[in-house]
Design a protein. Structure first.
Length: 81
């Protein structure tokens, strides 16, 4: 139970960070730098999740993160054009 609460709080904080990064992305022209920071954040998140979760949920998390990454890449491409 406690572990679940911890995971939830971590996810919420990560989402907040993501939102902030996206906002920064919109403001600044250096979207590549923000993309790099996003990548780093995602990697760290994945590592944390690996430590905490079971294998099945791990796989789900990785898949969803990959989907999110693809989406953000797509939006980046659309923003550039």
């Amino acid at each position: 139970m406690l572990r679940m609460i911890m995971i939830v709080t971590i996810i919420i904080s990560i989402v907040k960070m993501m939102a902030m990064i996206i906002m920064m992305m919109k403001k600044t022209t250096s979207s590549t730098i923000t993309m790099m920071t996003l990548m780093v954040v995602v990697v760290i998140v994945v590592i944390i999740m690996m430590r905490m979760m079971m294998i099945t949920t791990k796989m789900k998390m990785i898949v969803s993160i990959m989907k999110m990454m693809m989406m953000s890449m797509k939006t980046k491409i659309t923003l550039k054009t």
